[in-house]
Write a protein that binds this ligand. Structure first.
Ligand SMILES: Nc1ncnc2c1ncn2[C@@H]1O[C@H](COP(=O)(O)OP(=O)(O)OP(=O)(O)O)[C@@H](O)[C@H]1O
Length: 260
């Protein structure tokens, strides 16, 4: 099998705020073409981890390597050429049109005048067409539905053309069909465009079906592996109180215990 290169490697990472640790002993390694979900109960530290990987807040200790280089050794500009970060809740620019927002993805490559080269334009046009956004590319972002906006944000990350894409809860507020649509889109980006994609989610059943790897943040072991490996190791069994919700290993899904 063709050996894929390692895009991100995390060793003995501890995350949190000032001196308060939210989660520690986080270890994982991802290659190109891998789609990885970070799962875990409310408040366990998923968003904190994603923000730490995205250089938006400092780690407490440990190591994060992006393309074999320590995260802290990247300048802001060089980091933006390696990693795009998609945070749905924090778009200061909803007054921009879809086209303008996607164009912002090329910022790390444009000169100080912001003028676009033919390569920049090619990436923008490709992103718009790949995500089927032609019909509303002149619409303002605040006029879009949550599902449409999520597609635009992922298209912007694609235009940024980085090996690593990080997304915080990209399927929140979406119905089942649109959750699947977004996750399939991320899977296509990883597999066909050789990206490494990491996202936080509460959609564990979907992550088990669609992801190549999963990191289970539980505040203790923080297991990492393929969905099959994690099921075999019983990592989902005690994620929730088993008397209320149990994990069915045969179907790879959670069931509510009706007698509870
Ligand atoms: N700015 C902050 N300062 C201090 N503590 C914070 C801050 N933001 C979050 N926390 C705390 O860090 C912990 C982890 O929060 P985080 O948002 O990372 O969890 P999460 O797993 O993403 O949760 P959820 O599933 O509810 O989104 C929580 O205890 C939270 O209260």
């Amino acid at each position: 099998m063709e050996e894929q290169k390692i895009t991100i490697e995390v060793k003995k990472l501890s995350i949190g705020y000032r001196n308060t640790e939210v989660a520690g002993n986080i270890n994982f390694k991802l290659h190109s073409k891998e789609l990885c979900a970070i799962i875990g109960v409310n408040g366990v530290g998923k968003s904190t981890l994603l923000r730490t990987l995205g250089k938006l807040q400092p780690k407490l200790s440990g190591h994060i390597f992006i393309e074999q280089q320590l995260l802290e050794d990247y300048s802001t500009l060089d980091f933006a050429k390696q990693t795009s970060v998609v945070l749905t809740e924090l778009i200061a620019s909803k007054n921009l049109t879809v086209s303008e927002l996607i164009t912002l993805g090329r910022q790390p490559y444009t000169n100080w005048l912001g003028s676009l080269t033919s390569k920049d334009k090619k990436h923008i046009t490709e992103s718009i067409s790949n995500f089927e956004l032609e019909s509303f590319k002149e619409k303002k972002c605040h006029e879009l539905s949550d599902g449409q906006l999520q597609r635009v944000l992922i298209a912007r990350a694609m235009a940024q053309d980085t090996p690593l894409i990080l997304l915080d809860e990209p399927t929140t507020h979406l119905d089942l069909y649109h959750k699947v649509q977004i996750l399939k889109l991320l899977q296509k980006l990883a597999h066909q465009y050789h990206k490494t994609i990491v996202f936080t989610t509460h959609e564990i059943d979907l992550a088990i079906q669609l992801c190549d790897k999963i990191l289970v943040l539980d505040g203790k072991e923080n297991h990492f592996g393929s969905p099959c490996e994690l099921i075999e190791q019983g990592c989902f069994t005690n994620l929730f109180p088993p008397e209320m919700i149990h994990f069915d290993e045969k179907t790879g899904s959670f069931k509510v215990n009706k007698s509870f």
